[in-house]
Write a protein that binds this ligand. Structure first.
Ligand code: F6P
Length: 543
């Protein structure tokens, strides 16, 4: 690309619309267009998306779409789906969309039949999870498996734990899944202290099988298992399986590669839930419901690949995020699911979005010079309403927010769900339209208190409403955010698929580790702050 997207006339045009929108209120946008709430909506698979309460005019949306065309979003999307090496800094294809292609699809990448490979692994996962669920797979002492402990971190944890929690209504009540990620010894201790090793299966998940946290936890877990089962090494084969791209390291660790489920370097960690990384979820909900989740992902993939930008939901929402972040100066983006089952969804999205687009350098190595990668955060409603919503309603920050809700509850207790959802609908209205001083005065409020009660409104939200939280709608939601993230990366011209920024901390931790444990006090070798902190730590550890 000869000229950067940010140097284009289309970028300037969006900038012009951003300046104009400053003086416009959502009250006016709705007042002048009584059908805005029906018009600015779209459907993707089973997700109804209302983006009418965003701070945009039709003209601004048109300008954003023109910018997407200028950035060659369609071509870049096609390149990703076709397996071109769009992850240029690692020279890799980016093919998480291939993980959910149906069995009869074809996709050959770098000479390899990707669909066949994917379904081979899915079939092995299915056979294995059937055995665990039915009790055919037994522990070394003949006990059936009651608890699956997933050991992994980052993408090897956040996806599985989020999906397991989200789909608990669909899970086998006889098998519990737990997730150990942190190298803080507390995590493994808490998750195993009440378990019986004889009925526990560890799924060690690591794309590289070289991650310090995961290998340390897996080693400790193996010690715990062997201590509990009388030290018989042969027991490991019945209680440990691995998910990785690196068979050699799995074997070196002592896990039989017969019990390994593979994936490929073209699956990024944060995009890996629909691969073998989702094994613990498959064990919990069964292969059929896992397949439904994949079908949900695939429906959104197809929509993203084939729908014109004007109706392309991930593209439109990605463009709105760029609009707020880069052109209107928003620093963060709230994700507010009105479903307790989605209580880990924001945490999952944090890795997806922030590891993907937390970049300041463009594909060609030049400095972006504009805002990229907003901070994603959130909690389920209504809990968040009683915690941080005050700042969204009356604070000084621009915080676009996504409200995600479901019409039909997973557990129907009469009108409780209706009460819950009345909050969902009330919040986006209150955020958009607020309450004026005149309205408050008319209620007879004391003049000195009136300004404190004014709700300025004009806070943008997007509402995503689905009929019910199911494996399919969960897959749809995840794919939606994956492609929103991709769209933003394309507009910003960053590589959304590497994560060099997390490397330095890992290297430094490895260098510091011996200084914490050495018998003799280490020489001053770091900055004065770090040296002083280490000295204090060592003394409190009695060293
Ligand atoms: O810390 C960064 C990271 O590389 C993530 O991108 C990844 O999901 C996580 O570590 C875990 O990596 P692995 O699956 O190789 O253990």
């Amino acid at each position: 690309m000869s000229e950067h997207v940010s140097d284009s006339a289309e970028w300037q045009a969006v900038q012009g619309h951003a300046e104009k929108i400053a003086g416009v209120h959502l009250r006016e946008l709705f007042g002048s267009d009584p059908r805005r709430g029906e018009r600015l909506t779209a459907q993707v698979a089973d997700l109804y998306v209302d983006y009418s309460k965003n701070l945009v005019t039709d003209e601004a949306i048109g300008a954003l779409i023109a910018l997407a065309e200028r950035a060659r979003l369609r071509e870049r999307t096609a390149a990703m789906f076709a397996g071109e090496h769009i992850n240029v800094t690692e020279d890799r294809a980016v093919l998480h969309t291939a993980l959910r292609l149906p069995r009869d699809a074809t996709l050959v990448v770098d000479g390899q039949d990707v669909v066949r490979d994917v379904h081979e692994v899915l079939d092995r996962m299915g056979a294995f999870s059937d055995k665990v669920r039915s009790g055919e797979w037994r522990g070394a002492t003949g006990e059936r498996i009651r608890t699956v402990v997933n050991i992994g971190i980052g993408g090897s944890d956040l996806g599985p734990v989020m999906a397991y929690e989200a789909l608990k209504a669909y899970a086998d009540p006889g098998i519990e899944c737990r997730f150990v990620s942190n190298i803080d010894p507390t995590d493994l201790h808490q998750k195993t202290r009440d378990l019986d090793p004889a009925s526990t299966l560890f799924v060690v998940v690591s794309k590289t099988f070289g991650t310090q946290e995961t290998l340390t936890n897996a080693t400790e877990a193996r010690n715990w298992l062997l201590a509990g089962l009388g030290g018989d090494q042969a027991a490991v084969a019945k209680h440990f399986v691995a998910v990785s791209t690196n068979a050699q390291r799995v074997a070196d660790f002592g896990i039989d590669t017969e019990n390994m489920f593979g994936f490929w370097d073209w699956v990024g960690g944060r995009y890996s839930l629909p691969s073998a990384v989702g094994l613990s979820v498959m064990i919990a909900v069964g292969k059929e419901q896992f397949a439904e989740m994949l079908a949900g992902y695939h429906a959104v993939d197809q929509h993203f690949l084939t729908t014109p930008l004007e109706r392309n939901v991930p593209a439109l929402l990605g463009l709105l995020n760029v609009w707020y972040d880069t052109f209107l100066g928003a620093q963060s983006h709230a994700v507010l699911p009105y479903s307790q089952y989605l209580h880990r969804f924001a945490a999952y999205l944090q890795q997806l979005t922030m590891e993907s687009n937390g970049k300041q350098v463009r594909l060609d190595g030049s400095a972006a010079g504009y805002q990229t990668g907003e901070v994603f955060w959130g909690e389920p409603g209504t809990n968040g309403q009683h915690a941080f919503y005050q700042l969204i309603h009356q604070g000084t920050k621009l915080i676009p927010a996504d409200f995600i809700g479901f019409s039909v509850p997973n557990h129907d207790t009469g009108e409780m769900h209706d009460l819950f959802m009345s909050n969902f609908f009330a919040q986006t209205g209150a955020l958009a339209f607020g309450r004026t001083a005149e309205q408050i005065e008319a209620e007879g409020v004391e003049p000195a208190i009136v300004p404190h009660k004014v709700m300025a409104g004009n806070h943008p939200t997007t509402t995503i409403l689905a009929e019910k939280l199911t494996p399919s709608t969960l897959g749809q939601l995840i794919a939606l955010y994956e492609h929103i993230t991709f769209t933003q990366g394309v507009l910003w011209e960053v590589n959304s698929f590497d994560q060099w920024g997390v490397e330095l901390g890992k290297v430094m931790a490895n260098q510091l580790a011996p200084l914490l444990t050495a018998d003799a006090a280490p020489e001053a070798s770091n900055d004065s702050s770090t040296d002083t902190l280490i000295a204090r730590y060592r003394s409190q550890r009695g060293r």
